[in-house]
Design a protein around this ligand. Structure first.
Ligand SMILES: NC(=O)c1ccc[n+]([C@@H]2O[C@H](COP(=O)([O-])OP(=O)(O)OC[C@H]3O[C@@H](n4cnc5c(N)ncnc54)[C@H](OP(=O)(O)O)[C@@H]3O)[C@@H](O)[C@H]2O)c1
Length: 250
């Protein structure tokens, strides 16, 4: 009985401290912010998975900076809702939704062909779409879903980002993770905070000629030695090209 009382009292103290320190915790967990005021007038941006979470916030920010933002979404209806949300916040937003299912290489090819026909220049590409901890599923081409969408479907990377732990729909496939995310939501970034590093990499003048780096909290971040091996990167590129049946011109 005594142990139970102590546990309950301990939990009560922790809960009280969390409430008292909530503003500080939120400020700390928000992470870095993109301070660049760069304008993107006349620039075209393509963001995958822009109908929700980090992608939607990134689309909003870049549209406010004057860019033409193409929101590539697998669910066009959800994409249009997100575009309407952005236009409500910024009535001059130049946003358009296009269908792209990264779990289907024929959809990727159709998207790319239309894009090449209709858009002259692409200035910023943000490969944001992704899935996590989904039940075992396969893409239309028979790849495991996470490999297919997160890697093969988005296989162009110039700089990479880790957004931090962000309150978004990403954990939708895992009940345990959804519960943990709700329980500890105070310690997680909002989608707007989570979008900061993507926005920073897209607009920061000092990064214009930088490639092959990894960023977190709007700053260069550590990459494990395994991720820095040129030979491993080449093997992954070759294996991915082979899986997709792509032969590159020299
Ligand atoms: N949240 C985090 O803590 C965290 C941490 C590390 C990395 N990330 C990465 O950050 C990126 C954005 O995640 P988020 O947190 O904003 O998650 P989210 O809210 O779940 O957004 C993911 C986006 O990807 C789209 N998507 C999923 N499968 C797709 C497909 N086959 N084709 C096209 N689009 C597809 C989703 O579209 P639907 O809505 O139609 O499904 C959604 O728009 C992801 O790449 C994720 O891995 C997030």
């Amino acid at each position: 009985m005594m142990v139970l009382v102590l546990i309950v009292a301990g939990l009560g103290v922790v809960a009280l401290l969390m409430v008292l320190f909530a503003p500080h915790i939120r400020k700390y967990s928000a992470g870095g912010a993109c301070m660049s005021m760069a304008r993107l007038d006349g620039k075209t941006v393509l963001i995958t998975g822009a109908n929700t979470g980090i992608g939607k916030e990134t689309a909003l920010d870049l549209a406010i900076r004057g860019a033409r933002v193409i929101m590539a979404c697998r669910d066009v209806e959800k994409g249009e809702e997100a575009a309407a949300f952005i236009r409500r916040i910024y009535c001059k937003a130049n946003v358009e939704v296009r269908e792209l299912d990264l779990a289907d290489t024929s959809s990727i090819r159709a998207f790319a062909q239309r894009f090449l026909r209709e858009v002259n220049h692409l200035h910023i590409l943000i490969n944001n779409a992704g899935v996590m901890m989904c039940p075992y599923m396969k893409t239309k081409d028979g790849f495991e879903m996470q490999l297919g969408v997160n890697h093969l479907g988005s296989s162009v990377t110039v700089n990479s980002v880790h957004p931090g732990s962000v309150r978004s729909d990403l954990v939708r496939h895992s009940t345990v993770m959804s519960l943990l995310f709700s329980l500890f939501s105070m310690f997680l970034k909002s989608p707007r905070d989570g979008a900061q590093t993507s926005i920073y990499c897209a607009v920061a003048e000092e990064l214009h000629s930088l490639t092959g780096k990894h960023f977190s909290d709007c700053a260069p971040a550590f990459v494990a030695p395994q991720g820095r091996k040129e030979e491993t990167a080449k093997k992954l590129w070759d294996a991915s090209s082979e899986l997709l049946g792509i032969v590159w011109d020299d």
